[in-house]
Design a protein. Structure first.
Length: 287
């Protein structure tokens, strides 16, 4: 089981230098990847820019969007940005994509929330078309750069429905989502069945995720951060997310084992506090 760590790029007050320091430390081990979360109407850094900065100071870890809200973005621009980051980082980008759920993000992007699923399906098709180095449209040139990997960077699809499983089977390399091990196992099984029915060889890659906070002070700050981050969905959603924070070494070890038993190939732990001691404490637990 590989273990990645989120960058603190979504935690308010995090400096650019702290993100770079965090990425360098993650690259030194034992982590397999660094990841970012996507929001528009929030005090976070843009996820692709944060990953580009992290990629510039690292050489080993994969760079993961967990997950980028595809329908907020113009497809040709997204294809170019992703291919550029992948090429500059030596093929280390894992592009996790989802449809998003927050009305404020879509309003700010002047995009419609209601038809995002259909637009996402078309977007996935166009991304792969662009990355195949075919002209975007008749009479137009090719959008470069050429992807490091034939067909484009690794794409993981997020979501909690059968439609998400269908998207994985058709356009993705695997599945990414932050949910409990039991729910994850059911989602993985659905995705793997769709994968087989589509006639694809092998199996999809499964990436799980969870928040963590280690240490008494970090626990309190972490709860406040997660509660604020999920406030858009009301008290029930926010408190449910707070309860899901892993706040002890034992809880983290148990989560790694539970996700492995569910079929996950990698689990990414996202910080809820931006102190460097969080990185060190997690490294001690999973190293």
């Amino acid at each position: 089981m590989r273990v990645g760590i989120g960058l603190p790029s979504t935690i308010p007050g995090t400096s650019g230098e702290r993100i770079l320091e965090w990425a360098r430390r993650a690259d030194a081990g034992p982590f397999s990847s660094v990841s970012v979360i996507d929001r528009l109407v929030y005090a976070n850094y843009d996820p692709l820019i944060a990953l580009t900065a992290a990629g510039a100071v690292t050489r080993r870890v994969r760079l993961v969007t967990a997950a980028l809200i595809g329908p907020l973005r113009q497809t040709g621009v997204l294809a170019k940005e992703a291919a550029s980051l992948d090429a500059i980082s030596g093929g280390r980008l894992t592009l996790g994509l989802g449809i998003g759920i927050r009305q404020d993000d879509f309003t700010a992007a002047t995009a419609e929330l209601k038809d995002r699923g259909a637009r996402f399906d078309r977007q996935l098709e166009l991304l792969h078309h662009i990355w195949s180095q075919k002209p975007f449209a008749e009479g137009q040139g090719v959008i470069g750069p050429a992807p490091t990997r034939k067909g484009g960077p690794e794409v993981l699809i997020g979501g909690f429905s059968d439609k998400a499983a269908m998207r994985i089977a058709k356009w993705g390399d695997g599945y990414i989502a932050s949910t409990g091990p039991r729910s994850a196992g059911k989602l993985y099984a659905t995705a793997e069945q769709a994968w087989r029915e589509a006639g694809r060889p092998g199996r999809p890659r499964f990436v799980a995720g969870s928040f963590f906070a280690l240490g008494d002070e970090a626990k309190e700050r972490g709860r406040a951060y997660v509660r604020g981050y999920y406030a858009f969905g009301g008290a029930a959603l926010a408190e449910g997310a707070v309860k899901g924070i892993l706040d002890s070494p034992q809880a983290i070890r148990q989560a790694v084992q539970a996700f492995a038993d569910a079929g996950a190939d990698e689990v990414i732990f996202s910080p809820t506090d931006n102190g460097m001691e969080q990185m060190e404490r997690l490294a001690e637990v999973v190293g």
